[in-house]
Write a protein of this length. Sequence first.
Length: 95
Amino acid sequence: MAYFDLDKYMTAEERIELFAKENPDFAMKSFYSIAEGFVFVEVALFRTWADEKPWVMGLAGESLKTQFAIEKAETSAYARAITKDRKSTRLNSSH
């Protein structure tokens, strides 16, 4: 069974703040689609606005029955993308 250390856990908000501080020139584009009662959001992160291709992406979904479903899914997709970046040791200290 995997061990989860809550002392090393960062909320999505904390991860986003740290990522933005470490990557001040980053750009983000998000896309969403709705299917069968769910919203799916894909977030693409770019090192700068000049980049043609994203360096990392994240995907998340949320039931449309949930209040603020699009916003929650976008925040989750963004947090997943920045966690994949692995540039920050603190973001990935549990791996």
